[in-house]
Design a protein around this ligand. Structure first.
Ligand code: PRX
Length: 678
């Protein structure tokens, strides 16, 4: 049963993000910024005409286009008999029907013949001296051993396995081992707290959890196994916990359930035949926050996802044979899935995985890594760029970054100032900048420049990738808006692409309700967008109650439920506000239960509740204690007003008529309180 508040969300464009995006447009020059990319002529797609031709083919004759691409980029055990099926009304989307393949075979085995000794993975731990290089052959042996271990524990095709690991090569082995035997992995970001892990493990009925003793980031140790010990007590479906040694730190060991992974893998044969899986068998579940309720377990399937990840990785990063490609995201998010693991490895690339943080031990860490490993493509988030821009430029200037060709950005709109800094100080004005717009749901890039081919404008994600037909819709009527000049509305996509998530785990109705029903016939992204006269797209941010904090997508409902879970909070409302470094910060308004005081202690109880249940990355930046909240007479919290207060748009004209509120006098009180913090 769908809860009342899970009704179709087609609300107006979120004011705060809309304002930021307009500022973006106003600040940036409207003229096309043509970078002096000295490598353009060597790019895979060297001219805009090449892009236009390929794009046209991908939308005019999609089945022919994708048929060719699927045969070119993937190895099949059994050829597919039909390229695509389904639509956005039923949500019955399928690609490469009846084809049989194996994702781990495509990411590992097929490279062995010619590239057995090529480095598949470069790992840097939290300390710069912790470096490991893993060849494709070594990767193959590890994946086979782990796959056999999973089989020996009774895990079989269709079973779900939770992965709660630090950002290390074992996370990659684990994902590929699941893929090899047809088990569905559900990677849970190692920064998630207790409740978030439990809800994910329970929702997917995971039979096994793969974890490590501890993770290390920025010099701090993170107890992972300890957290899983608590989780297992609450999750009856979990039969075993596989534990990798990362730090060698002490853990409590329960011989009934726990297994030391490395020791057990040594006993396994390093050959495991890859399961022949259907193109549409599930590959993984990845949870993502929505406007309401529990996070949704998006399901990605085998062939379409892999093809889309591989192609976008190849063309968007202009990936060429001897490149050393680095994405410094975490495998716990979709960026890590598609652009640390599946895309690069399907292309036989050397991929980089980094366990640490951008400022440890110094703010030169990224730049030193680029120099050390001769990295050619570097992919990060605007929040990291903004945090590094704050330091003197000498931190970046002293590194030799000559090997770089492509710089990527992902997760949130990149403000032109950060774009220009990235271009000037990291790219030294000779690299391509790719601002890639996409989502957990899309599997891979939707709107993005292609190096060499698409001229860029700072702050714009530019043009659609092959096969993507973006439409701008009127948020209220759903009419397609198509002015030749500037058009603004909500972003929808009008035709399925191979990488789109196929369903929400165990809840297809929620999939339809969230993505397909708001604007029938379209996939609704949840983002506001503007298109300029050159046809360039400028993403304006979420139009729903999702906030984007340092590139992490958080549902305000999730945060509110964590806050009211604390013993001192009666009611809570959370909104985002513009934040210098994180893009958006978290502002929580809380009404206390009887007997609790508005003091530091109470605020820290509330903050800790969110840290423990959702995770430290979701910790509210500002908590405002209030005796009441602006509500309609029927009791609905007026978030629109709270958002405006958070963005300092609180003049009477900006707030509109508040006389119909149940307690209008709370509004000036909140304005004064918020001014103290933001
Ligand atoms: O609002 C958009 C923003 O991030 C959302 C997707 O979040 P998530 O599923 O966690 O995936 C993040 C990594 C792909 C989008 O709905 N977003 C992502 N990339 C950009 C962006 N907003 C503007 N520009 C981008 N390049």
């Amino acid at each position: 049963m769908m809860k009342d508040d899970e009704m179709i969300n087609r609300g107006p464009v979120n004011i705060s993000t809309k304002k930021e995006a307009s500022a973006l447009l106003a600040n940036s020059s409207d003229t096309v910024f043509t970078q002096t990319n000295q490598f353009s002529s060597h790019c895979l797609i060297p001219t805009i005409d090449n892009y236009k031709q390929l794009y046209q083919a991908s939308v005019d004759t999609p089945d022919q286009f994708w048929d060719e691409q699927a045969k070119k980029h993937l190895d099949w055990f059994t050829p597919f008999t039909q390229v695509s099926t389904g639509n956005f009304i039923q949500g019955d989307i399928g690609w490469f029907l009846n084809g049989k393949l194996n994702v781990s075979y495509n990411c590992v085995d097929r490279h062995l013949k010619e590239n057995k000794d090529k480095i598949a993975i470069i790992y840097e731990g939290d300390k710069p001296s912790q470096i490991e290089k893993i060849t494709y052959y070594e990767l193959y042996l590890q994946v086979c051993r782990l796959a056999n271990l999973l089989l020996s524990l009774g895990i079989k095709k269709g079973d779900t396995v939770a992965i709660y690991l630090p950002n290390t090569p074992v996370a990659i082995y684990s994902m590929l081992a699941c893929a090899r035997i047809g088990a569905i992995h559900s990677v849970i970001f190692a920064g998630f707290g207790f409740e978030s892990i439990i809800s994910r493990v329970k929702d997917a009925n995971c039979r096994l959890i793969i974890t490590a003793d501890e993770g290390v980031r920025g010099g701090k140790t993170i107890p992972l196994k300890k957290k899983i010990d608590e989780v297992v007590c609450h999750c009856k479906t979990v039969e075993h916990v596989l534990v990798f040694k990362n730090t060698g730190g002490h853990v409590d060991f329960n011989p009934q359930k726990d297994i030391w992974a490395e020791e057990a893998m040594l006993e396994q044969r390093p050959y495991c035949p890859p399961e022949h899986l259907d193109s549409e068998d599930p590959l993984f579940i990845l949870y993502t926050s929505g406007s309401t309720g529990q996070p949704k377990g998006l399901v990605h399937t085998q062939a379409g996802y892999l093809l889309y990840a591989a192609m976008t990785h190849k063309y968007v990063f202009d990936y060429q044979n001897d490149d050393i490609y680095a994405c410094v995201a975490d495998v716990g998010w979709i960026t890590g899935h598609s652009y640390i693991v599946y895309g690069p490895l399907a292309n036989g690339a050397t991929t980089f995985i980094f366990e640490g943080t951008p400022t440890y031990p110094t703010p030169s860490r990224y730049w030193e890594m680029i120099e050390r490993h001769k990295i050619t493509q570097f992919y990060t988030a605007p929040t990291a760029i903004r945090s590094l821009m704050k330091f003197p430029t000498s931190f970046v200037e002293k590194s030799n970054l000559d090997t770089l060709r492509v710089l990527g950005s992902v997760g949130e709109p990149i403000n032109p100032e950060a774009w220009r800094w990235y271009n000037k100080f990291v790219g030294r004005e000779r690299c391509s900048i790719v601002d890639t717009y996409w989502q957990t749901e899309s599997g891979g890039h939707l709107i993005t420049p292609l190096p060499g081919a698409i001229p860029t404008k700072p702050g714009s994600a530019t043009l659609p990738f092959f096969g993507i037909i973006p439409k701008i819709l009127d948020p209220q009527t759903g009419q397609v808006l198509d002015n030749a000049d500037t058009t603004e509305g909500v972003l929808a996509i009008s035709r399925p692409w191979p990488g789109i998530a196929r369903t929400v785990y165990k809840s297809h109705s929620r999939y339809l309700l969230t993505y397909m029903k708001p604007y029938p016939g379209y996939y609704f992204t949840g983002d506001g967008v503007k298109r300029d006269k050159d046809g360039y797209y400028w993403i304006e941010g979420r139009v729903d109650d999702v906030i984007n904090v340092a590139g992490h997508r958080l549902g305000t409902a999730e945060l509110e439920s964590a806050l009211v879970g604390s013993y001192c909070c009666a009611e809570a409302a959370v909104v985002g506000y513009p934040h210098d470094v994180k893009g958006q910060g978290i502002l929580a308004f809380c009404i206390l239960k009887e007997g609790y005081e508005d003091d530091e202690n109470t605020v820290s109880i509330l903050r800790n509740e969110v840290r423990n249940t959702v995770g430290p990355f979701a910790s509210p930046d500002v908590i405002v204690i209030t005796p009441s909240l602006p509500k309609t007479r029927s009791g609905k919290i007026m978030r629109r007003i709270l958002r405006k207060i958070a963005c300092h748009e609180s003049s009477p004209e900006q707030l509109g008529d508040i006389s119909t509120l149940a307690e209008p006098e709370v509004v000036p009180l909140l304005i004064t309180k918020v001014l103290k913090y933001i």
